[in-house]
Design a protein around this ligand. Structure first.
Ligand code: 13P
Length: 257
């Protein structure tokens, strides 16, 4: 996971060709702080090999955006953990709200995905977060707590602390509407307390809880300064090497403080 206390993960979603990914990598490699310590790029499957090569010899982690929980077989269109391992993939985002919403990624499937990822040594980045109507009723803690309860069900407590959890309120994704630092910190602290309840305070001490939702160079510092927030999952602002690097620079600066 690197030495930095922050993880800044860029989620490219369905963007960039291989050529564009290589172009990004060449620029970003030349400007990123601390040899890419505490930085991850989460890209479409087609770009993973090129990105692993482009960032070889650095600390940048390369991540996938999905995985199937079966080892192999008749699952047309799916990718297994073994296939990701072969590419040297370091981490994998699962449970993103876009996948929960558009591709019916259920908590039951996420629980299985967590198990196969943890068994393989690929770091899962599990996304949770509430829709606007839940936030408007002030029921977000129950909602996110429920997601975590289902997703983490029956996992070995010693494994749970290895999961990175990203809190992404759905109303803040791609909308330009960021959660306030207090809202984000409250939820990230709550997530931490749930995991601590699951595997004990000591085991949960190193847990990383990220915030995602319209994080940009202009608001990253305020968010990352919150005690409960240990990094960001960044969509739009991760697509340009300059803006992504600006956020990585902020994390690197705070890491040195
Ligand atoms: P934006 O940063 O574009 O709001 O996306 C957040 C996100 O969904 C990252 O996974």
């Amino acid at each position: 996971m690197g030495d930095s206390k922050f993880l800044i993960a860029g989620n490219w979603k369905m963007n960039k060709t291989i050529a564009e990914a290589k172009e990004f990598a060449a620029k970003f490699r030349g400007m990123m702080p601390d040899d890419g310590d505490g930085v991850a790029i989460v890209a479409p499957f087609t770009q993973l090999q090129a990105l692993k090569e482009a960032f070889s010899g650095t600390k940048v982690m390369i991540g996938a955006q999905n995985v199937h929980y079966e080892a192999s077989g008749a699952y047309t269109g799916e990718i297994s953990v073994k296939m990701l391992k072969e590419l040297g993939v370091d981490c994998c985002v699962i449970g993103h709200s876009e996948r929960r919403q558009y591709f019916n990624e259920t908590d039951e499937a996420l629980n299985k995905k967590l198990r196969v990822l943890l068994d393989s040594g690929i770091t899962p980045i599990l996304c949770v977060g509430e829709p606007l109507e839940v936030r408007e009723k002030n029921e977000q803690m129950g909602f996110v707590g429920g997601q975590l309860f289902e997703d983490l069900k029956g996992l070995d407590p010693l494994d749970v602390r290895k999961i990175v959890i990203a809190y992404e309120p759905i109303w803040a994704i791609g909308t330009g509407k960021t959660a306030t630092p207090e809202q984000a910190d409250d939820m990230c602290g709550f997530i931490h307390s749930i995991v601590a309840g699951y595997c004990g305070d000591e085991a949960a001490a190193g847990l990383k809880v990220l915030y995602g939702g319209s994080m940009k160079p202009g608001n990253a510092e305020q968010l990352l300064r919150q005690e409960g927030i240990h990094g960001g999952l960044i969509g739009g602002a991760s697509l340009s090497p300059e803006s992504f690097c600006d956020i990585c620079d902020i994390a690197a600066k705070l890491n040195r403080e």
